[in-house]
Write a protein that binds this ligand. Sequence first.
Ligand code: NAP
Length: 309
Amino acid sequence: MTMQFDRIALIGIGLIGSSIAHDIKRLGLAKEVIVATRSADTLKRAEELRLGDRYTTSSSEAVKDADLVIVSVPVGASESVAKEVASNLKVGAIVTDVGSTKASVIAQMQPHMPPHVHFIPGHPLAGTEKSGPDAGFAGLFEGRWCIFTPIAGTDETALKRLRRFWEALGSKVDEMDPEHHDKVLAIVSHLPHIIAYNIVGTADDLEAVTESEVIKYSASGFRDFTRLAASDPTMWRDVCLHNKDAILEMLARFSEDLAYLQRAIRWGEGDKIFDLFTRTRAIRRSIIQAGQDVDAPDFGRPHPLEKKA
Ligand code: NAP
C-alpha cells in the first residue's frame, strides 16, 4: 500500500479512532501519526498499544502540520474540538470526522473551519458495542460503507484523497446530503439501539418480580438486544440529542406500526401477523445477499460442543 499522507492527527482514540490507527499502521498510509485524547489515562493506554508515533492531550497541538485530521469523539463534543483546533490547522489540510449524526456535526464544526482547510464530514458504518482504545482492531472497516456528506463547493481533489484513504481501509464510499444521512441512519441504526435500550430497561424493571429469570433465560431473543443496549452511553446519548428530529419521526412511525401489530395480536388476526413476519424474513435474506452479514445460524455464535472442540 502506498503512503497517502505525511502526517495524520487522530483526535479521539476510542473504538473508531484506534481502529483507524491500527489500519494506518498496518497499511503504511502515513509517515507519522499523532494521537490526541482529552484524558491522560486514555492517552497512556494508546501509547501502550502503540497506536501512534506521538501523543498529546492537546488537540490543537496535535493538528499542527497534519495533512489529515480525523475527529473521532462523541458527536456532542464536535464543536469544542473544532474550536480548539481551528487556529492551528495547516493550509490545505483535510479535516474529517466519523460522527454518527451529520447535520449536527456540520452545524457545530463548519463555522469554526478556516477557509484554507477542506472540511469533509464522514461516517463509517462500522462498529461494535465496545468502546475505548482497547476496543479497536485492524480491519473494522473492511467491506463496510463510509458515507461522506460533503458541503457544496468542496474541493474535488480533497474529496478524492479522502475517498482513497477510506478505500485503502477496505470501505466502500458513498455520498449523501446530511439530512438524508440522518434519516437513513435513524432507521437502520439509531432506532434499533433505542428500542434495544428500551426493551432491556423494561426487562430490568421487571427483574425484581421475576427474580433474575430475565438473565437466566436470556438466550431466547433478549440476549441479542443486550448487545446493542451495552453500547457506550455517552455516544448514544449524544446521537439521541443530535439526531432528534429524524429519530422522533421514525419513532412515531414505529409506534404506529407497533399499534397495528398489537391490534392484530389482540384480535387474533393471524394472517396480518404472518404477512408481516414473512416480509421481515425477506429483509434478512437481502442483507445477507448484499454481503452485510453472514448466513450463519445465531449470528455465528459457537455452540457448546463447538466451544469444547
Ligand atoms: P469511544 O470509544 O467512547 O471513544 C471516544 C473518544 O472521544 C475518546 O478518545 C475520548 O477521550 C474522546 N472524548 C469523549 N468525550 C469527549 C469530549 N467531551 N471532548 C473531547 N473528547 C472526548 O467512542 P467511539 O465508539 O470511538 O465513537 C467515536 C465517534 O464515532 C462518535 O461520534 C460515534 O458517533 C462515531 N461512531 C461510532 C461507532 C461505534 O460503533 N462505536 C460507529 C461509527 C461511528 P477520553 O477517553 O480521553 O475521555
